[in-house]
Write a protein that binds this ligand. Sequence first.
Ligand code: ADP
Length: 423
Amino acid sequence: MMMKLADLIEENVEEIAALDAVNGGKLFTLCKAIDIPGAARTLRYYAGAADKIHGTVLKMSKGLQGYTLREPIGVVGSIIPWNFPTTMFFMKAAPALAAGCTLVVKPAEQTPLSALYYAHLAKLAGIPDGVLNVVNGFGETAGAAISAHMDIDKVTFTGSTEVGRKIMAAAAASNLKPVSLELGGKSPLLIFDDADIDQAADIAFRGMFYNKGEICVASSRVYVQEGIYEKLVKKLVEKAKATVVGDPFDPQVNQGPQTDKKQFEKILSYIEHGKREGATLLTGGKHVGQKGYYIEPTIFTDVNEDMIITKEEIFGPVMSLMKFNMVIEMGFFRTMEEAIKRANNTTYGLASGIITKNLNVANTVSRSIRAGVVWINCYTAFDVDCPYGGYKMSGFGRDFGLDALNQYLQIKSVVTPIHDSPW
Ligand code: ADP
């Protein structure tokens, strides 16, 4: 049935891409090329795993033998955000279904349409009524009801750190259901002197401005080593100025509108805050046109980790660009140490990136950064086989990969004596 659902999604790709574009201001072409085929791949990946979930045989002592069963955890509540309505839906639903669970999915109130379409397709795929349920509603009502519900056995959530706290508190106060939380980020991208400048500029720009900056892993803190700083700044500004902001259905457009008025106003107020804090607005910063929630790709320099724009997740097209230097301490070069220290100077730990040709630098930095993913010479390189989730206040639990199945499974131990036993 999951395979059939994947086929149906592919057959209806145009229509679903249009729903996500209309609802979220997402680029139609990218929904069609990336998000929706990705959903089909996710379904097939976990469908293939469904008959390979098994426990282990235990090596017990004192005349006992045992094994473990990995059982479905039960009814899963899935509360998802609006930035990737399709990806988020199946990132949670596919492993949960493969684990044998039923689900109640609550899409974000800003982007309810594709989720309803998926409920319809699930029915066509033969998934029985009651297995994959979609309940639209607001966070404070429908979302809160899921987190506090006594008959929901698990909540998986992606969204803000603030709401993540509320969900965890509600889960604790009700039936102690386990939760997994994929929360905000303020992810660092470190670019070392030996990087290819064109490649680095492409990666950094895409890492930040993809999906109009409404992406949890956005490379919103870019640290550039001083030797290539000026050149890289120039390239990034050129890219920002060349970005076409407008109608998400127009194939010439690179950046659509922010998802709603609330986000639009929040982003503009962060930009004003940055200016007041003394950061230099290198490019962008303004509303594009007279109508709609369009914002110019915005880059700040002369920022530091104490500024609000560098500390808080803006969730819009705003990059903080910083320089790091070669530090010589007691005769040793401390370049990496400075970069690592500054990269880790955040309450978040969702993602990170490194651009360098030096293998030792890449290896050392990747082991030292406290984040759920380190992308080396790439960024936002997602794959259904690659576990995804946060360290620190970016949450816990992993989506994607075979590890995600564990979110939806319980382990039961079964024990029996082999022969006459003292038990
Ligand atoms: P964002 O800040 O990105 O809009 P939110 O964390 O507010 O993200 O929203 C993500 C999801 O959480 C949405 O589906 C929203 O409806 C839901 N939500 C918001 N508030 C609550 C709440 N108090 N309890 C449960 N879910 C909530």
